[in-house]
Ligand binder design. Structure first.
Ligand code: GCU
Length: 648
């Protein structure tokens, strides 16, 4: 890396030096202590907010709070430029990435600024270290040992996140425990915030709506009660004494048993504004989730969030952002985008993706999620005419939102490789890259990740990239082809369960969603059914409301059609469904063979680990196929088409 100059002194600049040293050790395969105080004339790499002599100051331009620029002069000297230390850290990571992938710095330089302000991980982690829907070991937050013991893993975590641009972390479960708001836990949370700070990461907590009753012994948590309002104000003041740059609250209310404003016949806006007012003097924000449930089984669960939030557009305080899951049901293998996107022009909306794979084979099935994320982000809402993509809602450009954010439900745990499946690191990585720039393609993300994680050898990159890019479609095929959804096993959500019926609520069963009978299959969400379609723009209503025009990947999401219905390729619905299940299985098996053939490119341990998980996936893809086809065949009453294996 040659002679290096890092200007200035701060905890973040110290991290930059450590990163450069670590990278040098890795690149050179030996430990060669670097010095960072070379005179400008001698330096080959300059990391500085000041313009070094001999450089045109206007070349740097304005870079905002987190942007950076990489410049190279004729003599090959590289300048990592930014207006802030965090910008320099992001720029340094990019510089190292370009070195490691062999891309180098383009002649014209490289400039990047995040398109989204708050790029956040949501940890569904409980204070006792169990996780809600976590599949990679226990929670990395060891509350028992905090605040006195700061585990190295916290630094590693912050470092990994900063390297992909994540700048916020909600460290507690949305099914919140009010305990985290007590002084004892705030002291622990403050210790984590201290670790995160120099990496540019802000700490947030989940707030239990009934905390004034549980902690404050108030008789109510009614958002319009002055005593409750005062309690939250005092609580916010207290939190900021522990964590001066506290980010704010994430709230799940009126959903799956969580308390909320409904308990007092108040609106979601009343609830969110209560907390927003308490945080406002300190600059904090409220991320108020739209994942609401009514008490009674609805005619269509897909309609609820829209019904409850859309009428309140414009009623939320300016430090509230409504956090909306990518689809209207619940992180299914595939869902059309959530109808709230585009429907609340006066209320900032943020995206919630799930990185942990609750419904997608959990830790053992390889599914490259940036494909799913991009499909949603690039969907056209049509609300301001063609081109009104979800990504433009989220980045604020469509409606001029003052706040922008994206959340990803973390897949991280204490597993040695962080995420259970080695390839699920790519989903953490890809989420961070898309939160920084929702327009980056899955191809680019897969390419970068493979090079950074394994090797630059094209003989490895090309087949594995192909495997990654096909993996989402493959999983949809062996789990829920043609718009099927919510047909997984009861409660734990691993494996098939289209037969699940008769549970606490109809909308927690599978039969509620697929509605299979001898007459056909699918959920009619057109005007003849639940009419959930009316929550979308007229262009989409026209397209998706017509079984001949709806993309077939959404057919059974919006329509109930007979088994002998003819698809665009001339096959009957039943035959196509069976062939898609088979295709998913064939590809999962092919992945095992592909990976096996690449043994020489990967160290033995990681190769064996991934191999065994791919074998599990292939076996379970066949399980999904057999279970679903045997179940649906009792209604379709047709033989399996040629090419589909008979269940054993
Ligand atoms: C799903 C998931 C729950 C989770 C909930 C949420 O329903 O199964 O475990 O709490 O989503 O997003 O709040």
């Amino acid at each position: 890396m040659g002679a290096i100059r890092v200007d200035g002194d701060s905890p973040t600049l110290a991290i930059i030096k450590t990163e450069l040293q670590l990278a040098a050790n890795g690149f050179l395969d030996k430990n060669l202590p670097l010095a960072f105080d070379h005179q400008e004339e001698a330096a080959r790499l300059i990391i500085s907010k000041q313009t070094p002599s001999g450089w045109d100051p206007s070349a740097k331009g304005s870079l905002g709070r987190e942007g950076y620029r990489l410049l190279k002069n004729d003599a090959g000297v590289v300048w990592v430029a930014a207006d802030t230390d965090i910008g320099l850290l992001y720029g340094t990571f990019k510089f190292l990435q370009l070195m490691q992938t062999g891309a180098g710095i383009p002649e014209s330089g490289y400039h990047s600024e995040p398109k989204i302000q708050h790029r956040i991980l949501n940890h569904w982690d409980n204070l006792n270290r169990t996780l809600e829907r976590g599949y990679a070991g226990a929670s990395i937050w060891n509350w028992h040992r905090l605040p006195d013991h700061i585990d190295q893993q916290y630094h590693d975590y912050a470092r990994a996140n900063a390297s992909i641009g994540i700048n916020g972390s909600v460290v507690t479960n949305v099914n919140a425990n009010a305990l985290v708001l007590t002084p004892e836990y705030l002291e622990k949370a403050a210790a984590l915030a201290d670790v995160f700070r120099p990496y540019g990461i802000t700490l947030y907590l989940t707030a239990r709506f009934s905390a004034p009753m549980e902690l404050g012994r108030l008789p109510t948590a009614d958002p319009l009660d002055p005593g409750v309002q005062q309690w939250w104000k005092d609580k916010a003041d207290e939190i900021y004494r522990y964590i001066p740059d506290f980010g704010g609250f994430l709230v799940k209310a009126d959903s799956e048993g969580q308390p909320g404003p409904h308990n007092y016949q108040r609106s979601q806006a009343d609830g969110a504004n209560l907390l927003a007012d308490a945080l406002k003097p300190h600059g904090g924000i409220v991320m108020w989730r739209a994942f609401v449930y009514s008490e009674d089984t609805p005619d269509d669960r897909a309609k609820q969030a829209y019904q409850e939030f859309q009428p309140y557009d414009g009623s939320f305080r300016d430090n509230v952002i409504v956090q909306v899951k990518n689809g209207a049901i619940d992180f299914q293998p595939r869902e059309p985008f959530h109808p709230l996107f585009g429907a609340m022009p006066q209320t900032p909306l943020m995206m919630e993706f799930q990185i942990t794979q609750e419904y997608l084979g959990q830790a053992t099935h390889h599914v490259f999620l940036p494909s799913l994320y991009t499909e949603v982000l690039q969907s056209d809402t049509y609300v301001n005419g063609p081109g009104s993509t979800v990504s433009k809602v989220i980045d604020g450009s469509l409606h001029g939102y003052s706040l922008t954010a994206m959340a990803g439900v973390s897949n991280i745990g204490t597993d040695r490789n962080w995420t259970g499946h080695h390839f699920h690191q790519a989903n953490w990585f890809g989420y961070g890259r898309l939160a920084w720039d929702p327009e980056i393609s899955p191809e680019t993300i897969a390419d970068e990740w493979l090079r950074l994680t394994f090797t630059n050898a094209p003989e490895f990159i090309e087949p594995v990239k192909k495997m990654m890019l096909q993996s989402h479609e493959m999983a949809v095929n062996y789990m829920t082809p043609l718009g099927l959804h919510h047909i997984m096993a009861w409660s734990h959500h691993y494996g098939p369960g289209p037969w699940v019926t008769d549970r606490h609520r109809d909308d927690w069963t599978s039969t509620y969603y697929h509605k299979a009978s001898e007459n056909g299959v699918g959920f009619d969400r057109t005007a003849s059914g639940s009419n959930a379609l009316e929550q979308y723009a007229p262009e989409l209503q026209a397209q998706w409301g017509d079984p001949k025009r709806v993309p077939e990947k959404y057919l059974l999401w919006f329509h109930h059609v007979p088994w002998e219905y003819t698809l665009q390729n001339g096959r009957t619905l039943w035959d196509e469904m069976a062939l898609r299940y088979q295709k998913g299985v064939d590809e999962a098996r092919q992945n095992v063979a592909t990976w096996e053939s690449l043994e020489s490119y990967v160290d033995e341990e990681r190769h064996a680990h991934v191999f065994s998980f791919l074998e599990i996936q292939a076996k379970e893809a066949a399980w999904w196929r057999d279970a679903c086809l045997l179940y649906f065949q009792q209604f379709a009453q047709s033989p399996l088409p040629e090419g589909v294996e008979k269940p054993e």
